[in-house]
Design a protein around this ligand. Structure first.
Ligand code: ADP
Ligand code: TYD
Length: 206
């Protein structure tokens, strides 16, 4: 039995990890075998690559180098964690996947989307079954994100106009992947967002 693969996407601080945890709890409580994971990271090798990407100066890597590093991390995550779990019939929930590379690397510092898509086709070659984009105002999300003081703020440090470009990029994913990508209003209480998420997931599963 093949499992299901659900991803959460959105700008920094929009509430993805909060919502992926709430969804994992709700689905586990109804008997699903859930594996919750994240990108960049999710496997030991990919977590090593994560540290190179999320710490340090914004200009530490070019967008082109980032495409290679994020894709290398994703390939390891896919081989070691996602594909084995799906083969065992599990439900995988990932905080970010390839749509983040399409938007963060493909559409913010020049038009590199073709390069992202080519590498994705050669090295990854799969999409989630369902993607939930948590959408909200970047000003508020940025202050939520930076308030965490996680030391992983390299992308937040690109500033507000970068986050505004990201928001537009995530919203435009519905044009390319209409049936897979659903936009959720993240500017509500955590419980209201979770209810909206669960509604979309249940509709998809039935
Ligand atoms: P992301 O994973 O998208 O970066 P998080 O889930 O870590 O976002 O949330 C960022 C911060 O905002 C956290 O401190 C979290 O507790 C808080 N938060 C998440 N969802 C909401 C919400 N709906 N309303 C208010 N604060 C929220
Ligand atoms: P994450 O820990 O999800 O950050 P946040 O909790 O702030 O949303 O991801 C780390 C950073 O990596 C985040 O700023 C987005 C960025 N990123 C990319 O630029 N490209 C990618 O392909 C991925 C997966 C993440």
């Amino acid at each position: 039995m093949a499992g299901k693969f659900i991803s959460f996407e959105g700008i920094d601080g929009s509430g993805k990890s909060t919502q992926s945890a709430l969804l994992a709890d709700a689905l586990s409580a109804t008997g699903h075998d859930v594996v919750r994971t994240r990108e960049p990271g999710g496997s030991p090798g990919a977590e090593d690559i994560r540290r190179l990407l999320v710490e340090g100066d914004p200009g530490r890597w070019s967008a082109e180098t980032e495409i290679l590093l994020f894709t290398a991390a994703r390939r390891d995550h896919l081989e070691r964690l996602i594909e084995p779990a799906l083969t065992e019939g599990k439900l995988v929930i990932s905080d970010r996947f390839a749509d983040s590379t399409r938007v963060y690397q493909g559409a913010t510092r020049g038009d590199l989307r073709g390069m992202v898509d080519d590498l994705h086709a050669r090295m990854i070659g799969r999409e989630p079954d369902l993607t939930l984009v948590i959408d909200m105002d970047p000003t508020q999300a940025l202050s939520r994100g930076l308030a965490r003081d996680s030391g992983e703020d390299r992308f937040e440090d690109f500033g507000l106009s970068f986050q505004q470009k990201l928001r537009a990029g995530f919203l435009s994913l519905t044009k390319d992947f209409g049936t897979r990508v659903h936009v959720i209003n993240g500017d509500q209480s955590q419980d209201r967002v979770a209810t909206d998420v669960l509604e979309v997931v249940k509709a998809h599963m039935s």
